[in-house]
Each structure stands twice: as C-alpha cells, then as structure tokens.
Design a protein around this ligand. Sequence first.
Ligand code: FPP
Length: 235
Amino acid sequence: MSGAGNFHVAIIMDGNGRWAQLRGLPRSAGHVQGAKTVRRIVEASARAGIGTLTLYAFSSDNWGRPGQEVDSLLHLLQCYLAGETRRCVRNGVRINVIGRRDRLPSSLVRSIEHSEALTAHCIRMQLRIAVDYSAKHSILEAARRASCNQLSVQAFQHLLAEVDHSVPESGPVDLLIRTGGERRLSDFLLWDCAYAELYFTDRLWPDFGEAELNAALEDFAGRERRFGKVLAETA
Ligand code: FPP
C-alpha cells in the first residue's frame, strides 16, 4: 500500500461482546480485549501505508446499552487516549475524535482535546475515532447549518466535517471493514461510504489481526472501482 497516502479505511469493530461471552466473561472484558486489538491495528495500518483510519468506537445508539457497559467503554477510550497519545506522536499518528462532544463527560472531552493538540503536527497517518457518532445526526445537523440555495456537494462536506469535529477534513472512505459477521453499516459514515468497497469478516474484533487486515487490503486491490462509470476500454 505504499504511496497510498490518502487511502481511507474505516472499521466497524464488532464482536467484543460475543468474544467475552464465549469465554464466560463479562462483555466489558471483550471491550478491554478489543482495545488491545485497536493498538495492534493502528500500528499495522501505519505500516501498511494507510493514510486515514476511522474506527467506530461508540455509536450514538450505544447510549442505550446498560450503564455499566457505557461507563466501561467511555473509560476505555479515556485510558486509550492517556496511554497511546505519546506512542502516536512517536509513530507520526494524528488523532482526531469525530462525533458529538456535548454529551460526553467533560474529562473525556479534555482528554480528546489534549490528544488532538499533542498530535496535530503528525502526518504519517490520521487516526479518527468515532465517539457518540451517528451519520444520520451529522447529516441532519449539517443540513440545519446549510444556507440552502446554492449549496454544493463540497460546501456540504465542509459543514459535515465541522459538525463532526473532523480536523483535518478527511476524504471519502475507500474500504469499509466490518468484523463479527454482521453485514450492515449501522449509521456509520453513510455520506463518506458512498463508493466504499465493503469487506465483511466473521472474525470477532478481539481476534482480528494484521494478517486479516492485509487480507482485506489484498481483496480491495482486486476490486474494480468504476464510481458509477464504465471502464475506459469498454467505453
Ligand atoms: C461492538 O461490539 C463494539 C463496540 C460497541 C465498542 C468498540 C470498542 C472497542 C473496540 C474498544 C474501545 C475503543 C478504542 C478506540 C480504544 P459488540 O460489543 O456489540 O459485540 P457483540 O455484537 O458481540 O455483542
């Protein structure tokens, strides 16, 4: 993947709960293991030359989970930021948390702002972590902010980025990976995935590794992307 600086991979990290249940452990243990996979996959993605990696860590619908699970997820995110920001700086990884911030604990918002500021100069890879994220909410909020008459696709994208705290703005998703056997988008990056290639695997997120990431990238390399057009030689 070298030379693919703007290549954007998004991942729906599914299967933590089942991973834990299969071992007779509480669901939160699956999320702890999932956070370890995040560390491995962030490093593997940088090695693979991915330009932007967006991870779905907490959807707006996840507020509906039991309070204890919500607390453990938000705590894990805070620990991840506290523990990994310096390593990200060393590895040239810029952190950006996308999604709503008005419903997050203020200590988490402070950690997010701190990690974003400390890594703002990093250019090897952009790591976007989606927290309290809902694509439908983002699109609706951008539409509210739009002055409708002569709104271009590009201008709307700027508004979406503003709503999502997406700094710097990222391009469309090239490859969307979902682990855990489900085959749906679950309100994740609906606008950005308009022409994303989709890759689904039964592997549960805690068991996902560099080999499987590389398999997804290889699978992507074999896809024919036409963006609604026809290939030049058949035109
Ligand atoms: C979905 O699996 C996963 C989540 C709702 C949370 C994802 C969070 C992490 C991987 C850890 C924290 C993230 C970071 C960035 C440090 P599920 O629990 O719904 O799985 P199930 O379908 O097996 O129940």
